[in-house]
Design a protein around this ligand. Structure first.
Ligand SMILES: Nc1ncnc2c1ncn2[C@@H]1O[C@H](COP(=O)(O)OP(=O)(O)OP(=O)(O)O)[C@@H](O)[C@H]1O
Length: 384
């Protein structure tokens, strides 16, 4: 008789504690359940809680702060800590911020961030994400890279390496460095850049399959979504839905040709124009570019589908459910989209929500939630 393997992966947050983090001298939350709603007025510290939990799960912050910005003003150090547990293990993850540097420990032992990526991942959904479709290409690439970095430590390392090489190249271009040295830097950029392109474009294809599924659900099958991933070396026609997914060798060749052809232009413009930092992503509804033609509602449905797809992909690829962090997005969604999100929350994904107003939540949801009133005189949690 075979016995099923112990459930080692299904980690959940048991507790969190922040010391001297953002506006909190100390913040503590124990016995964390499946759904926690933080309610409070503007600037009370709701987003800071979401950010703190994201730093302990995704191991990054959607605000992209420096380490020093995370430390409470007037203090030198901050510490964030979480206890995670599953049926078979208990883990203690801590983030210390000192001298402008972040360092993580797991069960008291120092760990490199790449060894912790994907341990207990997170999907954060904030009002800034609502501009994803019509926002900058950079924010779309960043959203994919943040997801990829949680799914694979290699993705995380390659992206970091690429950033460093790109910065170096841009510095050389600005200072009009020697052409032979620039050529040498281009060789490294080519190797690492091709890898990043391959990781990102194949992640995009997988994510798109899930996005299509959720978009159909949200729109009751009345509309279909398409997308385009266009590498920097291809002509970008915003009216075309073509996605370029090349193997490593082909991508390497294409990028090499493009770097050679673009060398003069890069020197003239004094910054790097070829590489995955310049790849473009577009979404389409019924074949029409949603950035250009989509209504606000359609654009928001795409973003919502994107976020739900992230959750699904993490769950499938890592066999670990992510934590869902919803920062003040309920007020930004209309009823149909709010209901789609709520349907998802009622599932088995551990979720944290912030809001200024509980009226955006149905009695049903509130009945399942632990509601924490921030800044109330008797700061208490109410179990309904
Ligand atoms: N390093 C820091 N030290 C102390 N306070 C900080 C620090 N960083 C940010 N804050 C303060 O934290 C407060 C709360 O910010 P937060 O973004 O969490 O508010 P919020 O409750 O989400 O507000 P809103 O509903 O308006 O989005 C702000 O007043 C901000 O000035």
């Amino acid at each position: 008789m075979t016995t099923s393997a112990p459930d080692t992966k299904d980690l959940r947050i048991e507790s969190v504690r922040f010391d001297h983090f953002r506006n909190y001298p100390m913040f503590k939350l124990d016995d964390v359940g499946p759904l926690t709603v933080f309610v409070g007025r503007n600037a009370i510290g709701k987003t800071n809680i979401v950010e703190g939990i994201e730093l302990l799960t995704a191991l990054s912050s959607f605000r992209n702060p420096t380490a020093r910005q995370l430390v409470q003003w007037g203090n030198e150090n901050a510490r964030l800590q979480a206890k995670f547990s599953s049926a078979s293990r208990d883990l203690d993850l801590a983030l210390s911020i000192a001298d402008g540097k972040k360092s993580y420990t797991l069960n008291g032992k120092p760990k490199k961030i790449q060894t912790l990526k994907g341990l207990l991942p997170a999907v954060a959904f904030t009002p800034d994400d609502l501009d994803l479709v019509k926002g900058s290409q950079g924010s779309k690439r960043a959203a994919l890279d943040a997801l990829g970095s949680q799914l694979s430590p290699n993705y995380y390392v390659i992206r970091k390496d690429y950033e460093k090489i790109l910065q170096h190249k841009n510095r050389l271009l600005k200072e009009e460095g020697s052409p032979s040295y620039l050529d040498a830097v281009d060789e490294t950029l080519l190797a690492v850049g091709t890898q990043l392109y391959c990781y990102r474009s194949s992640l995009f294809v997988k994510l798109l399959r899930e996005i299509e599924r959720y978009y159909r659900e949200i729109t009751d099958g009345s509309e279909s979504i398409q997308a385009a991933y266009v590498p920097s070396w291809e002509e970008h026609d915003p009216e075309k839905t073509e996605t370029f997914v090349l193997g490593k060798e082909d991508a390497l060749d294409a990028m090499r040709v493009s770097l050679n052809d673009g060398r003069e232009e890069e020197r003239r413009r004094r910054h790097a124009v070829i590489g995955p930092h310049a790849d473009r992503i577009e979404f389409f509804i019924e074949g029409k570019n949603a950035r250009i033609y989509g209504s606000q509602g359609q654009q928001r449905s795409i973003v919502l589908s994107f976020k739900l797809a992230e959750v699904a992909l993490i769950r499938d690829m890592l066999d670990q459910k992510p934590v869902l962090l919803l920062d003040d997005v309920m007020s930004e969604l209309d009823e149909q989209r709010r209901n789609a999100l709520v349907g998802f929350i009622s599932g088995d994904i551990q979720t944290f929500i912030t809001t200024t107003n509980l009226q955006y939540f149905s009695e049903d949801i509130l009945a399942q939630a632990r509601v924490i009133r921030l800044g109330a005189e008797d700061e208490r949690s109410i179990k309904r």
